[in-house]
Design a protein around this ligand. Structure first.
Ligand SMILES: [Zn+2]
Length: 241
């Protein structure tokens, strides 16, 4: 390749590089936006799960209370029955014994009543938590849906802009020889969208490694494409273009 040709190839690759800078930035955004949205979704899902836990707890408490209320009812019936049987007892000893039983049953009944009250209090607390959590979940859902709409629109816009850039890129690409173009493509994919860099203050514009004078001289000759020994990117001098 003669010197003029190498410079011409570099000019074109630099033009592609300018497009690729935007293109890779768009691609990064297209990748990142759904990831950010997933974080918001996760937060929303966690809040929903907490609400479901409260609801399950409320159900549990209700069932426990119903069971206790049945216990209470049967205890009350036992007491009524025992009370009614007192008159039929013959001996004072039996009478006293039955009275003692009845007293014990009343103590049990009071304990059950206390349990019912406790369960009702806890239910009330959980129901309040459910009401508060529902407001939170509603808010999170609105936030997520609004964000999703924004992200979907942004991704669509980025995708459209990208395809515009891609067609501009193709226009330049077809004017570049196959071999240097293939080399450029390999580097740009492996080096996160930056394949060709200017020398800045005698250092590689990609990895900032200082370059010896003979390397810079080699680049200036434009006989061959020169790559950085450290980051493997193609190099050129801005003022030569
Ligand atoms: Zn470098």
């Amino acid at each position: 390749m003669v010197a003029q040709n190498v410079k011409e190839v570099i000019r074109k690759l630099v033009a592609i590089q300018k497009i690729d800078e935007e293109l890779f930035a768009f691609r990064r955004e297209i990748r990142q936006k759904p990831e950010e949205l997933a974080q918001i979704k996760l937060h929303f899902d966690n809040k929903k799960e907490l609400l479901h836990k409260f609801e399950a707890r409320a159900k549990e408490l209700e069932l426990a209370r119903k069971a206790k209320e049945l216990d209470l009812k049967s205890k009350e019936q036992d007491i009524i029955k025992a009370d009614g049987s007192l008159m039929q007892l013959k001996s004072n000893r039996e009478y006293q014994a039955r009275l003692f039983e009845i007293e014990n049953m009343k103590v049990d009944k009071a304990a059950i009543e206390e349990d019912v009250l406790k369960l009702m209090e806890e239910s009330e607390k959980v129901l309040k938590q459910i009401d508060a959590e529902k407001i939170v979940v509603d808010g999170e859902e609105k936030k997520y849906l609004a964000e999703k709409e924004k992200v979907d629109a942004a991704v669509q816009k980025l995708t459209e802009d990208s395809s515009g850039l891609e067609s501009r890129r193709r226009e330049v690409m077809v004017t570049v020889e196959k071999e240097p173009l293939a080399l450029y493509e390999r580097i740009v994919e492996n080096r996160d969208g930056v394949a060709i860099v200017p020398i800045v203050n005698n250092a590689c514009g990609g990895c900032f490694m200082h370059l010896p004078a003979q390397v810079i001289n080699k680049i200036k000759m434009y006989d061959v494409l020169v790559r950085c020994e450290i980051c493997a990117r193609l190099q050129y001098l801005q003022e030569d273009l």
